[in-house]
Design a protein around this ligand. Structure first.
Ligand code: GLC
Length: 445
């Protein structure tokens, strides 16, 4: 029975990977980056939006760790390996027989994320290759961890470990599955496309029903045939219906925007500098510490300073950061990514009061120079570049009574009718960001 289902699926899937069809499916870098800005429909199902009060924990949290992990860790050429290298579903499926992560220890991952100062973790329950990290009866061809060499559910211990460290837990799920030719030709192969859709509804229901409270559902790949935006594919996935089912099981889950439905927050992907004014909707910047999202040998790992800089630039504009690691086939998070994360943790130990629980403002950011966060009577100025020895700031809503340099010892400040001036000698500046806490006079009662 099992074998037959697998074979059947393999036969249809093989057709999609015929060389002529394939060329059209392999994306150029330009096409891939176009997908990264894929948009969802802001008018669709506004009643599904979480109330503000249920978003508070996420807005306070600021920093999360993302994990891309699956069969693609074995060939070690990134999570798009199957598509980029035109591997047929049958050939790709063989990797499951090799997938036996000997050192998988999600408790150590969650401890690392906690040490890094992260308040949430998100893991790829299933990426575009179709391989599910859990025991998934809804998976076509039983393409899941239970039927791999691991012979166990790898997601359950992750969820338990993350919760055990007091962190919030998120699951990434890709409706897209390269094994289905109907994904590429939904109109020409409606039956196969319907199978894919059924798999998505079935698997998402499993994820939402079986693992207790889940804090974030992180959709990715709601586009169809690698074309258009997530919103363009809404006719197919019916994301309002899909997310309504999600909310039935998980009324308070935060949902990202990549299903075609607008989501509870916005997403920005990649390592490009963060610019512009404070954004109206809460949003998340996500990027990978290494080159690819899935495991590749570490070549161009981001430094702690680069991550800290993104974090400061995001939080002063109403954003969070979700920084990705790619564990290897045995379940080890590689050393340089570990080191970068530990460094972020050290920075957050010292600067956490300027980060967690704050809100952006009251000053608008100036690109490449500074931005502000605020909490209670404190305004935190995050200085990312010094155009001159002194930094001039516009007036604040109330009188400043003291200034403290969270990044070093010294800060001099003066105030006049036009605003404030801060100066910090280079030896007392942070290497990526200098944070000055300005205490404002308490509000008159
Ligand atoms: C893109 C890629 C994917 C990665 C994701 C993370 O959509 O397709 O490989 O998982 O971005 O944001």
């Amino acid at each position: 029975m099992l074998g037959r289902r697998h074979l059947l699926l393999g036969a249809v899937a093989a057709a999609a990977f015929a060389p002529s069809a394939l060329n059209a499916q392999v994306l150029t870098d330009e096409q891939r980056s176009a997908l990264k800005t894929s948009r969802s429909d802001p008018t669709l199902a506004p009643d599904l939006l979480l109330p503000e009060k249920d978003m508070v924990w996420w807005r306070d949290a600021k920093f999360g760790v993302f994990v891309h992990w699956g069969l693609y860790a074995i060939p070690a050429r990134g999570e798009w390996y199957m598509n980029n290298e035109k591997v047929s579903p049958e050939a790709y499926a063989k990797l499951a027989a090799e997938f036996n992560p000997r050192h998988y220890d999600p408790v150590s991952w969650a401890k690392l994320a906690k040490t890094a100062g992260a308040r949430y973790m998100v893991m790829t329950a299933r990426h575009h290759d179709g391989f599910a990290l859990w025991d998934s009866p809804a998976s076509h061809g039983h393409f899941d961890a239970m039927h791999s060499a691991a012979h166990r559910d790898l997601l359950a211990p992750f969820v338990t470990a993350v919760r055990g460290q007091g962190l919030r837990v998120g699951l990434y799920y890709s409706p897209l599955d390269w094994r289905f030719p109907g994904y590429f030709h939904p109109k020409e192969l409606p039956e196969n496309a319907a199978l894919l859709k059924r798999q998505t509804y079935g698997q998402v229901e499993e994820l939402m029903r079986r693992y207790g409270h889940i804090d974030i559902l992180w959709w990715d790949g709601g586009w169809l045939a690698h074309k258009g935006t997530d919103a363009d594919a809404a006719w197919f996935w019916e994301p309002d219906k899909l997310n309504r089912m999600v909310r039935r099981y998980q009324p308070k889950i935060l949902i990202n925007p990549r299903s075609g439905w607008q989501g509870d927050y916005e997403e920005e992907e990649g390592g490009a500098p963060i610019k512009g004014p404070i954004r109206a909707r809460p949003w998340e910047k996500t990027f990978s510490l290494n080159g690819a999202w899935g495991y590749t040998p570490e070549d161009q790992v981001m430094s702690t300073d680069q991550v800290v800089r993104h974090l400061a630039d995001a939080i002063v504009r109403n954003g969070n950061v979700l920084a990705n690691v790619g564990p290897d086939r045995d379940g080890i998070i590689p050393p340089k990514q570990t080191e970068t994360l530990k460094g972020v943790g050290l920075w957050l130990k010292r600067h956490g009061r300027a980060v967690y629980g704050t809100r952006s403002g009251p000053l608008q950011p100036v690109d490449g120079v500074y931005g502000a966060t605020t909490a209670g009577d404190s305004v935190f100025i995050h200085i990312v570049g010094w155009p001159a020895d002194e930094l001039s700031l516009p007036p604040l809503p109330r009188k400043v009574v003291s200034a403290r340099n969270l990044s070093g010892d010294v800060v001099k400040w003066t105030a006049d009718a036009k605003g404030h001036t801060l100066s910090v000698p280079p030896s007392s500046r942070g290497s990526a960001v200098t944070v000055i806490e300005l205490r404002l006079a308490p509000k008159a009662a």
